[in-house]
Design a binder for this molecule. Structure first.
Ligand SMILES: Nc1ncnc2c1ncn2[C@@H]1O[C@H](COP(=O)(O)OP(=O)(O)OP(=O)(O)O)[C@@H](O)[C@H]1O
Ligand SMILES: [Mg+2]
Length: 335
């Protein structure tokens, strides 16, 4: 049973790609929840399944990818809805209205042949019973809200007429025009310079306060996660290996993978020029998932004869502050 404050709950989600030379288990048993109004950061190395997991929520995974199992429950005010089995009509209602998504490259989701304004107007009118003029006013208001100068004029601009940062703002305006309760942002600032990145993150935070929406922020940048996240989920090879309050996870990581990930990242406050340690080995290809715990070949706390044979379960830990869950055999005895 979900607690009252849970907005989205993912249980044992599996999304696989059925290719000629094998099955890529991109998402392989993800358990996760997003609370109302919070920012949950999803972190992990490239290829660990962050984007496929996020796209699975709105069923935006293209063939040969398909959801093989699991449950995704959205807790709406009118009651819970199940997204994995939802029909197209329900999904259309939910997209933009309840859950909106922003990608790293806005050009991939904006139409090139329509003006920014007409795309926002269309999204609004698809979901709300408002006239063209009112929807256009909403578009101008949203462009203004995301900090696009001269919104009255820019509303008639085409995406290619805007800079990268402005396009990302326009994408956010479009995503928020229907006031979703969850915004999924997949590396929304990765393609931008540092200053623009900081501005966009601040904008997201302001809009979150104003609209009371939750944000699932996907990033491989732990610095970004530290800046904005309330909670944090660390993914490795298609599973969540550690979950908890962002501050707590960053200050006292429990899973050997989280510890290694933190050691490999430049940290605020660390003396300049101290050497970072790369995580040993490479992420194995996802069609060759190691037996037992998938991280065991790279883990410096590996227990021979156990970690290479037993699939770890999620272990809830008793922590001084907040919830913590770690999927690691080191902690199974403890619980
Ligand atoms: N269309 C596809 N066909 C086959 N495999 C795919 C496809 N899309 C993704 N994958 C595989 O699924 C796995 C997870 O990919 P995903 O894009 O979710 O990683 P990610 O964590 O978002 O990485 P990044 O940080 O680089 O964005 C990868 O091994 C990837 O190769
Ligand atoms: Mg990705």
């Amino acid at each position: 049973m979900a607690a009252d404050d849970v907005l989205l709950e993912i249980e044992d989600l599996r999304t696989h790609f059925l290719l000629d030379d094998g099955v890529v288990c991109a998402v392989d048993g993800v358990d996760l929840r997003v609370r109302k109004g919070e920012t949950l950061a999803i972190v992990g190395e490239s290829g660990c399944g962050k984007s496929v997991m996020a796209r699975s929520i709105l069923r935006l995974v293209d063939p040969p990818g398909q959801i093989e199992g699991g449950k995704i429950t959205l807790h709406r005010e009118s009651g819970p809805v199940e997204l994995v089995g939802a029909d197209r009509k329900l999904l259309r209602q939910i997209r933009w209205n309840d859950i909106a998504m922003v990608f790293q490259e806005p050009m991939a989701s904006l139409s090139l042949v329509h003006t920014i304004g007409s795309q926002i107007v269309e999204a609004v009118r698809l979901h709300e019973n408002v006239g063209k003029a009112a929807a256009r006013n909403r578009a101008i208001e949203m462009l203004d809200r995301v900090g696009i100068p001269m919104p009255q004029r820019r509303v008639d601009a085409y995406p290619f007429e805007l800079s990268g940062g402005m396009r990302q703002r326009a994408m956010i305006a479009m995503a928020l025009a229907c006031r979703p309760s969850l915004l999924i942002a997949d590396e929304p600032t990765t393609a931008l310079d540092v200053t623009t990145q900081a501005q966009i993150l601040e904008l997201l935070r302001d809009l979150q306060d104003e609209f009371g929406m939750a944000i699932m922020l996907i990033t491989h940048d732990l610095g970004v996660a530290a800046q904005v996240a309330d909670s944090m989920a660390v993914m490795y090879l298609g599973r969540v290996v550690e979950y908890g309050g962002a501050e707590q996870v960053l200050a006292e990581p429990r899973h050997p993978y989280t510890k290694a990930l933190l050691r490999s990242m430049p940290r605020l406050g660390r003396a300049a020029r101290t050497r970072l340690t790369a995580i040993k080995g490479m992420v194995p290809p996802p069609y060759a998932r190691p037996e037992g715990c998938a991280f065991h070949p790279r883990c410096d706390a590996v227990m021979a004869g156990r970690c290479d044979t037993v699939l770890p379960r999620r272990v809830p830990l008793r922590e001084p502050v907040g919830d913590r869950e770690v999927t690691c055999l080191l902690y199974e005895e403890e619980s």
